[in-house]
Ligand binder design. Structure first.
Ligand code: FAD
Length: 393
């Protein structure tokens, strides 16, 4: 382990590697430490193994934070186009999947290889399998004690991520370190996570497990239109993951299945054209058959379409497009893609990610109270905040 350098980065994930690259390219000597045996493990498993590395529409509106303005500066100074230029520079093929989400054609490992190559070019020294046992402020900067001895630097960048997926080595390291230096940490909770249901409700929707449908999920004034997935544990799919970041224990969410279709009008037409049809058949023209059956049963509707008063059809339509459901909880950090909350942005300079109270100490990436939507936004924050710190150390 190199004993003295200009910069120490703790955490060789997305944000830490980007910071190390930028600082190294500016001529700073950089040591980057990680307790894991391999760097960028979350990049490797991201986007189903293809890494949704950015979103071309990424802007401040796609992030949650107690201060929604905080992310603006960093996002403006390192944009999706900047990251795409790096990816193109390494000849990595990519495609837009949907909604501005960019994925590798081949493998997420291409992104890790790219970052490692850039770190080598920038002269950053990577030390893996290194446990951090303590951090102290010294007159000249910081002294970090590790399982491999200690090292010192004038700047310390903390990029150890959030609490999600503890199985993969996520720790609360950044939060504890912030507290050690007297910085405020906002309550953390799992985000982009499936929601669970009470046993009774779960039992009633058990036959739907595995069904996916386009949906709009609303929570207050926030709504997302993406796929909804029924599972053995509750509700999932991109629309649910998105709304989960806004949902709080005890809140209801409102589900509208096939939001682009006027279900009430469809049912009325079906009644006129083919009165002998059953309502599940009429609904089954639009929805998966099992889901149509479930919704008809739930409204306790029976008979042919011709027998049903318009009121019953409207009730059925409301059941499809105005279903208020109160999740019992979330699957928690075990499966959450991100951690909401974290280092209070009020403690940080938005240009550099440097703490105001402790000059030379920086926090970047997911440990900061900036959390993106599903769709490549979280990596864009990691790149942008990492670049911001690397640019200033
Ligand atoms: P991380 O990438 O988590 O890196 C933190 C690093 O710090 C790790 O290498 C870790 O080993 C190290 N570390 C932690 N504690 C210590 C310690 N005590 N000592 C030393 N080192 C430590 N986002 C997207 O934008 N697109 C996606 O496609 C996407 N897919 C995802 C899929 C899954 C399953 C998950 C869990 C997340 C996904 N995300 C995705 C979110 C994204 O992975 C994170 O937002 C991003 O990795 C955060 O970057 P980071 O550098 O802040 O933290």
């Amino acid at each position: 382990l190199q004993r003295k350098s200009d910069v120490i980065v703790i955490g060789a994930g997305a944000a830490g590697m980007m910071a190390a690259i930028r600082a190294g390219k500016r001529g700073r000597s950089v040591v980057i430490l990680d307790h894991a045996r391999t760097p960028g493990e979350k990049i490797r498993i991201s986007g189903g193994g293809r890494c949704n590395f950015t979103n071309i529409h990424a802007g401040p509106k796609n992030f949650l934070s107690a201060n929604p303005h905080f992310c603006k500066s960093a996002l403006a100074r390192f944009t999706p186009a900047d990251f795409i230029a790096m990816v193109d520079g390494h000849g990595i093929a990519w495609h837009e999947k949907t909604l501005g989400q960019l994925f590798c054609d081949d493998s997420a490992k291409d992104i890790i290889r790219m970052l490692l190559a850039e770190m080598r070019m920038a002269g950053a020294m990577l030390h893996l399998g290194t446990e951090i046992s303590g951090v102290e402020k010294t007159e000249a900067g910081f002294r970090v004690s590790t399982s491999d001895g200690h090292c010192e630097a004038s700047s310390l960048i903390v990029a150890t991520g959030g609490k999600s997926i503890p199985k993969m080595g996520a720790t609360g390291f950044a939060y504890r370190l912030a507290e050690q230096f007297g910085l405020a940490v906002l309550e953390t909770r799992p985000g982009l996570v499936p929601l669970t249901l009470d046993p009774g409700l779960l039992e009633s929707i058990a036959p739907l497990a595995g069904i996916a449908a386009p949906a709009e999920i609303r929570h207050g004034r926030t709504a997302f239109r993406e796929a909804l997935l029924f599972t053995h544990r509750g509700l999932s799919g991109p629309a649910i993951l998105q709304i989960s970041s806004y949902w709080r224990e005890g809140d209801e969410v409102v589900v509208a299945i096939e939001p682009d279709i006027d279900i009430a009008a469809h049912l009325k037409t079906a009644k006129q054209i083919n009165g002998r049809q059953s309502p599940q058949t009429a609904l089954g023209d639009i929805l998966p058959k099992r889901l149509a059956q479930f919704l008809v049963d739930r409204e306790k509707i029976s008979g042919n379409m011709a027998d049903l008063p318009d009121k019953a059809l409207l009730r059925l339509a409301a059941g499809v497009q105005n279903w208020a459901v109160k999740p019992s909880g979330s699957e928690g950090y075990r499966t959450a893609e991100v951690t909401l909350g974290g280092i209070d942005t009020a403690a940080l300079d938005s240009r550099s990610m440097e703490t105001k109270a402790v000059p030379g100490l920086y926090f970047i990436g997911e440990c900061v109270d900036v959390t993106g939507w599903l769709g490549g936004y979280n990596f864009q924050w990691a790149w942008a905040s990492g670049f911001a710190a690397g640019e200033c150390v």
